[in-house]
Design a protein around this ligand. Structure first.
Ligand code: GDP
Length: 203
C-alpha cells in the first residue's frame, strides 16, 4: 500500500441497507468520526443494481480474489463449494451482493486523513460478523455468518463496505461521488493530529 504523504488519503464507506434499517447510522458514523478522520462527503442513495455491479468490478482482480477466497473458505470448513471455478463463484456472490446493496437506502461517505483506508478497515472488522473482532463495527453490532447466509442463499449482512486499498478507494469514489460533492475544508483538530511542533497550544 502506497504511503500517502499528503495525509489526505481518502476511503469510501457505504453503510449498507441493513445498517440503515437497524438504526445504526449515528453509531457507525460516531465510531469513524472519533478517530480524527475527516468526513469530506456524505449522501443517502438507493443504489442502482448497475452501480453495485460496477462497484465490485473497479478492481479487475476482485472476481478472481473473491472467488478463490470463498472456495478456500468452503474447503477449510470441510464443505463442498458450489463450484470450483473462482470466476463462477464470485459471479454467484456478486448476484447476491447486487440484490442486497440495491434493496434500500444506503449512506455513502468519504473519510479522509492519514492511513484512512487502514484505520477504517480496522474499525470496521473482517468480512464475516461472526468472526469479526470484538470492538469492531461488524463484531459488535450484528450477528450474521457465512453458514446461515449460505443456507438462506443471500449475502452475509455485514453493515458496511470499506475500500480495501487507496487505489481501490480512488476508483470507488469516482463511481459514487462527483468532484463537486467532495469538500475541502479545515478542522481545528487537524492541528493536533498533524502539526509537527504543537506550538499553538500554550497562550
Ligand atoms: P470486504 O472487503 O470485507 O467487503 O470483503 P470481500 O470483498 O472479500 O467480500 C465481498 C463479499 O463476498 C462479502 O460481503 C460476502 O458476501 C462474500 N464473501 C467473501 N468471502 C466469502 C466466504 O468465504 N463465503 C461466502 N459465502 N461469501 C463470501
Amino acid at each position: 500500500m502506497a504511503l500517502d504523504l499528503t495525509k489526505k488519503e481518502k476511503t469510501l464507506v457505504l453503510i449498507k441497507p441493513d445498517g440503515l434499517q437497524r438504526s445504526l447510522v449515528g453509531e457507525i458514523i460516531h465510531r469513524y468520526e472519533r478517530t480524527g478522520l475527516k468526513l469530506v462527503a456524505l449522501k443517502m442513495v438507493v443504489p442502482q443494481p448497475e452501480t453495485v455491479e460496477k462497484h465490485y468490478n473497479v478492481d479487475p482482480q476482485w472476481r478472481l480474489k473473491n472467488g478463490t477466497k470463498t472456495i478456500d473458505a468452503y474447503k477449510a470448513k470441510g464443505k463442498t463449494p458450489p463450484t470450483t471455478d473462482p470466476i463462477e463463484m464470485s459471479g454467484m456472490t456478486l448476484k447476491k451482493l447486487i440484490k442486497y446493496i440495491s434493496s434500500g437506502p444506503v449512506i455513502a461517505m468519504i473519510w479522509q486523513g492519514m492511513h484512512a483506508v487502514g484505520v477504517v478497515r480496522k474499525i470496521t472488522g473482517s468480512t464475516e460478523p461472526l468472526t469479526s473482532d470484538v470492538g469492531t463495527i461488524r463484531g459488535d453490532l450484528t450477528i450474521d455468518s457465512y453458514e446461515i447466509s449460505d443456507i438462506d442463499g443471500r449475502s452475509v449482512r455485514n453493515l458496511i463496505h470499506a475500500s480495501g486499498s487507496p487505489e481501490e478507494a480512488e476508483a470507488e469514489i469516482k463511481l459514487w461521488f462527483s468532484p463537486e460533492e467532495i469538500l475541502s475544508y479545515r478542522l481545528i483538530q487537524d492541528e493536533i493530529l498533524y502539526d509537527v511542533n504543537l506550538d499553538g497550544i500554550l497562550e
